[in-house]
Design a protein around this ligand. Structure first.
Ligand code: FES
Length: 59
């Protein structure tokens, strides 16, 4: 299994949680991921990483 990755250090949100939220709730935008997971709700450093995950899943 691929090693989990800490994406948002402000809120301790891992990649697996973000992937799960995107898939189960069919999220398509950065703002939706922020609202649902809290990832990205702080300094904003992780926004690019969250967007990459969104692109990976939604193409
Ligand atoms: S690292 Fe995600 S908001 Fe700061």
């Amino acid at each position: 299994m691929e090693e989990d990755q800490l994406i948002c250090t402000c809120f301790d949100v891992y990649k697996s949680e973000i992937v799960k939220a995107i898939k189960s709730k069919e999220l398509t935008t950065l703002q939706e991921v922020i609202d649902v997971t809290d990832a990205g709700n702080g300094c904003g450093c992780c926004h690019d990483s969250i967007q990459e995950i969104l692109d990976e899943i939604n193409g």
